[in-house]
Design a protein around this ligand. Structure first.
Ligand SMILES: *Cc1c(COP(=O)(O)O)cnc(C)c1O
Length: 409
């Protein structure tokens, strides 16, 4: 394997440390090519990608249909700005609205922008539709949540690393424990306009809420005329075996926030999806984005929607269900053998490493030396979120590598 301590250090000094900000602590792998579930480094070594760009690469690297859509659009038109129309934005918004059973789509670029846009829409809806007095709107969020990195968003984060040193913060957010419907109910005031949560908390370590929680959130929101805003930036678009994690729980949110996989791992493409009575509060000049809804991103997004529309046994959601069952069965065998807990749903798992064996970081590095890429989160947890195109055999390879790391011969 190419990853020795020496080459890792040399890599950081040569390629990263000198000129790029140190806001990440990457594993020492320098990727030069990627295809499907595999990446190849500059030295020609191959790795099974079990992170998939934090789920931005749900359909794998270089999916042929997505690449074809991007290549074709590159030769036609890539950017118009929203000062003019394009022949891609309409079909993309219509397709996404139809897939989610909603009426309107606001296209943006990054996940954080979708969240920011959702916050703005919820506040404006609160003032114009619900009748909340000016500048009084409140939004309930959950502790341990992750919604992006803007100043407003980190202001309601409960992760000291995410928020420390970045204040002063935007007011108007109330934090409640995740998974506790009664605490959420108690936090609602007449000025509450929205509840903003992840249906499954990704960055927290793939935390699945207790059964009935999402339905209870829906019930509280309906009873108090509050918008249920589901941040499905990471949980959405196939990862859980469904197009939406919320829907898998039989629940329909008022506002869906999508990102990551929406751009197929090719473009930054995010969206706010809701009915007209909500998204219709935005009128010309009140919100915007130079790149949001650009024709290249929309062309790729349309191809993503085609992949998601395949509900057959070979479709992306079905693959997540099938490979996910295999992944969870195999990971489950490791509980008590270097693993203290496994959480997750679909092709998505948070694995807590027994601290006597090592940190999540140390295990991630050891896995990389065995040709499997994952990423640690919150010290003791590693996350598996491989591309949905991973094969059964590759799932076995990944978990066998973890078993080897946890129980060295
Ligand atoms: C990644 C993520 C975001 C932020 O997306 P960016 O594209 O990194 O801005 C927001 N919400 C959730 C749930 C995420 O996982």
């Amino acid at each position: 394997m190419a990853i020795t301590e020496e080459s890792a250090t040399a890599f950081h000094e040569r390629l990263m440390d000198e000129h790029s900000a140190h806001n990440y602590h990457p594993l020492p792998v320098v990727v030069a090519h990627a295809q499907g579930s595999w990446v190849t480094d500059v030295e020609g070594d191959r790795y099974l990608d079990c992170l998939a760009g934090y789920s931005a690469l749900n359909f794998g690297h270089g999916h042929p249909a997505l690449l074809a859509a991007a290549h074709a659009q590159l030769d036609r038109v890539t950017l118009t700005s929203r000062a003019f129309g394009s022949d891609r934005i309409g079909p993309f918004c219509a397709g996404l609205a139809t897939l989610l059973g909603k009426e309107m789509v606001l296209p943006m670029n990054t996940g954080a922008e979708a969240v920011e846009s959702g916050i703005k829409v919820a506040r404006k809806w609160g003032y114009e539709v619900k009748g909340v007095p000016e500048d009084r709107a409140r939004i309930v969020v959950a502790d341990g949540g992750f919604h992006g990195r803007t100043t407003t968003i980190v202001g309601f984060s409960t992760d000291p690393d995410a928020r420390g040193g970045f204040g002063p913060f935007t007011p108007g957010f109330d934090v409640v424990p995740y998974g506790d419907a009664e605490a959420l109910r108690a936090a609602i005031t007449p000025d509450t306009v929205a509840v903003l949560i992840e249906p499954v908390q990704g960055e927290a370590g793939v935390v699945v809420p207790p059964p009935g929680y999402l339905a209870a959130v829906r019930e509280v929101c309906t009873a108090h005329r509050v918008l249920f805003v589901a941040d499905e930036v990471q949980s959405g678009l196939g990862r859980t075996g469904h197009v939406l994690a919320t829907r898998a729980a039989g629940v329909d949110a008022d506002v869906y926030l999508l990102g990551k996989a929406l751009g197929g791992g090719i473009m930054a493409l995010s969206a706010v999806v809701a009915d007209r009575d909500v998204l219709g509060v935005l009128r010309p000049g009140q919100h915007g984005s130079t790149f949001g809804g650009n024709p290249l991103a929309c062309a790729v997004g349309l191809a993503v929607l085609d992949l998601l529309a395949d509900t057959g046994p070979d479709g992306m959601p079905a693959r997540a269900t099938a490979r996910g069952a295999e992944l969870h069965a195999r990971l489950g065998e490791l509980v008590g053998h270097g693993v203290t807990a496994v959480r997750g749903v679909g092709l998505w798992a948070g694995v807590d490493v027994d601290p006597r064996i090592g940190t999540g970081r140390a295990v991630s590095e050891a896995l990389a030396r065995r040709g499997v890429l994952v990423k640690d989160t919150h010290g003791a947890t590693i996350r598996f979120s491989p591309p949905l195109v991973i094969t059964s055999e590759e799932v076995r390879v990944a978990v066998d590598a973890l078993r080897d790391v946890l129980s060295p011969a």
